[in-house]
Design a protein around this ligand. Structure first.
Ligand SMILES: [Fe+2]
Length: 241
């Protein structure tokens, strides 16, 4: 039998600094992350909230989970979340495990300026999909060709979403393409070897296009081109406040 591609459309309503993607699927819309705390009033004007059935969280950072609680409550949608995100979401604060650092001096300065690394805590509710491994594929189980890909390194809980028909990858912050982070790196990395392994995984997956949380979409060839920089990457320590 011939495979008929499922129509999944990517909408992007954010900007260069912070991308806000939504997937329009036959089973309803899937919001990818939320934005900064306080951003929900603006977000809801641009999104048909009644269509949003799922919220997929790429990782529990304040710029991605800032109004997650409001988005879930107002849309009545189901959260799809890595189990490793749960303690981070419950704390309502960006985790900074030992060894975490920035990929540029500018990242350090920017982070020192931004004291808003906290967000309203979120607890999972009955019916949410809590992922314990890459074997857990709730969208595939529903017949949607959306594969969850585990991409740790930027944070231990980082996951992405791969559109199997169009071969597009929403990578969260597993890679970036914003001017303040060099060579497709994230602004901040918790674990460089893990981050590099996740790039190897993306390169092997060979997506047609990569959509990062920050900056413009790019080709996976960029990761192959810059991959060796990760082998000797030195991070800049966060300023102790
Ligand atoms: Fe992040």
């Amino acid at each position: 039998m011939e495979h008929t591609p499922t129509q999944i459309r990517i909408h992007e309503i954010g900007n260069y600094v912070l991308r806000q993607y939504l997937l329009e699927t036959p089973l309803g819309w899937i919001a990818i992350d939320s934005g900064y705390a306080g951003g929900f009033a603006a977000y809801r004007k641009r999104v048909p909230l009644n269509e949003v059935k799922y919220v997929f969280l790429t990782h529990a950072h304040n710029d991605h989970a800032g109004f997650l609680g409001e988005l879930l409550a107002e849309s009545g949608s189901t959260l799809v979340v890595n189990q490793a995100s749960l303690p981070r979401l419950a704390s309502g604060k960006d985790a900074m495990p030992e060894g975490t650092g920035f990929t540029s001096r500018f990242g350090v300065a920017l982070s020192a300026m931004m004291q808003h690394s906290s967000f309203p805590p979120v607890l999972p509710r009955e019916g949410d999909f809590v992922l314990t491994s890459e074997q857990d594929q709730p969208f595939l189980a529903m017949g949607l060709p959306l594969r969850i890909v585990w991409l740790p390194g930027h944070t231990a809980d980082s996951i992405g979403l791969y559109l199997e028909d169009s071969r597009e990858l929403l990578c969260g912050d597993a890679a970036g393409n914003a001017v303040i982070a060099p060579a497709r790196q994230a602004i901040l990395i918790e674990d460089v070897p893990e981050f590099a392994k996740s790039w190897d995984k993306i390169i092997a997956l060979n997506p047609s296009r990569i959509y990062p949380g920050h900056g413009n979409a790019f080709s996976p060839e960029d990761l192959a081109r810059f991959r060796n920089k990760l082998d000797h990457l030195k991070l800049y320590s966060p300023k102790k406040g």
